[in-house]
Ligand binder design. Structure first.
Ligand code: PFF
Length: 447
């Protein structure tokens, strides 16, 4: 794959935007907030932040490094680098499990993207105006109980993703991300401001940042690590694919810092916007995946300008979900395109339809198939749990272990451009802390 021939600044900017566009999505607002609520608050948040720093950073750097040195799609980059370092071709499995994870995640991600689309329309129509907590909850459970509504919006979301990926219009998306990301941040700040007027902001701050360590167990730590992977789009070869388009002039560490700061800031702002509303309205923080859909509409329905703000919020959320969903479909399409005779459009259609079908099974677990359980989990939760707690950590572990232990040290030094001390820190973190952390948390969670 040819490297970008852009001027240094613009290629770096484009890369930061693409990576941030993939990272910032439903994970930051929808998934982060409901996991915090379900897992007891601050203990989860602090473990999550530690996971981002100690595990997320080295794995993000490893994935980019593999892409930039391999210059191919994730599977072939792994294979090529393993060959160059005299290691087993079995390392290609790391790429394969990443592509599989992306495929599975997109199926349920699209269902939530559909909720967000639906809520965009409801906001325009003023459905939430003046509604209290009970009626907003009812609107949400009404949507979940209706397979037809969920199917309609999941299909609409998936159609958008397929349409965009088939055309390969990533250029247009880059410029859109550039203006929409700041808009999302501003809107989150307005919502945090609204949270401050509820009189329950202090309670929310305490919930998010003052830990009750007794709430901590293996499950919470595993969920926090799963979230660190999910939110940074790690463990799915996406960052490897993006790395393969990277010029040598881009400093990986500073880019990682930018992407991580944006991603983490949006998640924390989401929490600070949502929990005051939860407490002010006597809602349960442990509501689960519906949390933002039963809290934020209450705020929008009862503040001046709420119709416009609600519309903007759900539009931006849908957009953030779309840029992430596109990055999720891309590896599967790329793989089919390169390994089968299918054209890009057919490959997009085939994988899109397969993912859509799996998504239908996921959405039925909210109604008709709510009793269909595997290992005690419905299909939706099974897909989320299996990917976030098993596939993502294993793929990420493979990437960091490969870079830290198998690649030639000189090459790694060149790629990371670290000082001698920096290199020592890298060696400790990437060789020991991150892998041991992932393995320990992973085992604690499944045993
Ligand atoms: N990082 C995205 C989010 O937080 O919403 C979701 C996501 C995108 C997860 C791409 C995984 C992925 F590969």
């Amino acid at each position: 794959m040819a490297k970008l021939a852009h001027a240094q600044w613009s290629s770096k900017m484009a890369f930061v935007l693409a990576a941030a566009g993939s990272a910032v999505g439903l994970g930051n607002i929808w998934r982060f907030s409901y996991l915090v609520g379900e897992s007891g608050g601050a203990a989860f948040v602090l473990v999550y932040l530690a996971c981002v720093a100690l595990v997320g950073v080295p794995i993000l750097l490893s994935e980019w490094l593999i892409g930039r040195r391999g210059q191919k799609n994730p599977i072939d980059s792994m294979r090529e680098l393993a060959k160059q370092s005299g290691k087993s071709q079995g390392w290609a499995l790391v790429g394969i499990s990443g592509v599989l994870a992306g495929f599975l995640i997109l199926s349920f991600y699209s269902v939530i993207g559909g909720w967000s689309l639906n809520y965009t329309l409801s906001s325009v129509m003023g459905t939430f105006s003046g509604q209290d907590a009970d009626s907003v909850s009812e609107i949400f459970s009404g949507m979940l109980a209706s397979p037809g509504t969920l199917l309609l919006w999941h299909s609409a979301f998936m159609l958008l993703v397929i349409g965009i990926v088939a055309r390969g219009v990533t250029k247009g998306l880059e410029s859109a991300v550039r203006s929409l990301m700041p808009a999302l941040v501003i809107l989150m700040l307005i919502l945090v401001g609204y949270g401050m007027t509820t009189g329950h902001f202090g309670e929310a701050l305490e919930f998010m940042f003052s830990p009750d360590w007794s709430a901590l167990d293996g499950g919470v730590v595993l969920a926090a690590m799963g979230q660190a992977f999910f939110t940074l789009s790690l463990g799915m070869g996406i960052m490897m694919a993006y790395g393969s388009y990277l010029g040598e002039d881009v400093n990986l560490l500073s880019t990682a810092r930018t992407v991580i700061i944006i991603d983490t800031a949006i998640a924390l702002l989401a929490g600070l916007a949502i929990f005051p509303i939860v407490f002010a309205n006597g809602l349960s923080a442990g509501e689960g995946p519906g949390l933002i859909f039963v809290t934020l509409p209450i705020a929008f329905g009862n503040m001046s300008g709420g119709v416009i703000l609600g519309l903007m919020f759900f539009l931006l959320l849908t957009f953030a979900a779309l840029t992430s969903a596109i990055s999720l479909l891309e590896p599967t399409v790329e793989m089919l395109e390169e390994r089968t005779p299918l054209s890009r459009i057919t490959a997009t259609l085939v994988s899109g339809i397969a993912i859509w079908l799996l998504g239908v099974a996921a959405l039925l677990s909210f109604n008709l198939w709510s009793d269909v359980l595997f290992f005690g989990l419905n299909i939706f939760n099974l897909l989320d749990t299996f990917t976030a707690k098993i596939l993502l950590p294993l793929t990420g572990l493979g990437a960091v272990v490969f870079v830290a232990w198998c690649l030639e040290r000189k090459g790694v030094e060149q790629e990371l451009a670290l000082s001698a001390t920096g290199m020592n820190v890298w060696n400790i973190v990437a060789r020991f802390i991150a892998p041991i952390g992932v393995i320990a948390v992973f085992l604690a969670g499944i045993l």
